[in-house]
Design a protein around this ligand. Sequence first.
Ligand SMILES: Nc1ncnc2c1ncn2[C@@H]1O[C@H](COP(=O)(O)OP(=O)(O)OP(=O)(O)O)[C@@H](O)[C@H]1O
Ligand SMILES: [Mg+2]
Length: 277
Amino acid sequence: MAVAEAEVIAAPPVFAATDYHVATSKDGVALDVKDFNLWYGASQALHGVSMPIQKGVVTALIGPSGCGKSTLLRCMNRMNDLIDNLRIQGTMTLDGRDIYAPNIDVIGLRKRMGMVFQKPNPFPMSIAENVVYPLKVDGVTDKALLAETVERSLRGAALWNEVKDRLKESALGLSGGQQQRLCIARAIAGDPEVLLMDEPCSALDPIATAKIEELIDQLRGQYTIVIVTHNMQQASRVSVNTAFMYLGRLIEYGETKRIFTNPVAKRTQDYITGRFG
Ligand SMILES: Nc1ncnc2c1ncn2[C@@H]1O[C@H](COP(=O)(O)OP(=O)(O)OP(=O)(O)O)[C@@H](O)[C@H]1O
Ligand SMILES: [Mg+2]
């Protein structure tokens, strides 16, 4: 381990410095992560992460590759459950309820948290069937309700006008950007409270990226959105709060405007100015 890495691991959690957390002292926390640790086998990937996530706003997660962004995001809707040898410690709550309580309905929890991945992952079925897939799994058969959900979700994902005449065609025939908006439509079809997005634009060209960013702008307020991004401009354009992670720790967390203009931690400064990462 490099000396610089050892310094970070040995450093006390920055959460103690209240100055780091201006943005989140406000009321209305949707997701609350407290002193969260995670191990993949013997290797610790998250170290004492404490991060209250504000309701109804966009929070960006940034940091160099391997710092634990996806790991943290996947914990929020328990996507990590299937990984062998995974151990966690600490708490995560959604609206005050423990996400890891033994009696929690995990399927129900995932419905409250739509997830969008780096690569668009439409199912090999029609556009309309993709959108209502979560409802169908739930046993919804009401045709009018399904049709209404298709239109509402596709409009919500800014895709309706492009696909309204081809709803029965395969989703695999859409462009990458359209497929990603379809995945967002599918993620919002079940009316979740939270949208978790893991680098949703990294496979897209600048025009498709701009469309997704516009869409995020329209969705905020309605949903609590957590977005992982490697793109600093994107983080500063779309988010209200930004969390900077490094080597599995939350180094700095606060209002995006401040993080990008006046970061407290030197490592944040180095990262956002492109000195490493
Ligand atoms: N399933 C797994 N088993 C073992 N180790 C894992 C697993 N998934 C992730 N890791 C390790 O945990 C650490 C954090 O990985 P993670 O994918 O969360 O990083 P990230 O910040 O999302 O990186 P990137 O920006 O490259 O996507 C890395 O060291 C990674 O190798
Ligand atoms: Mg990742």
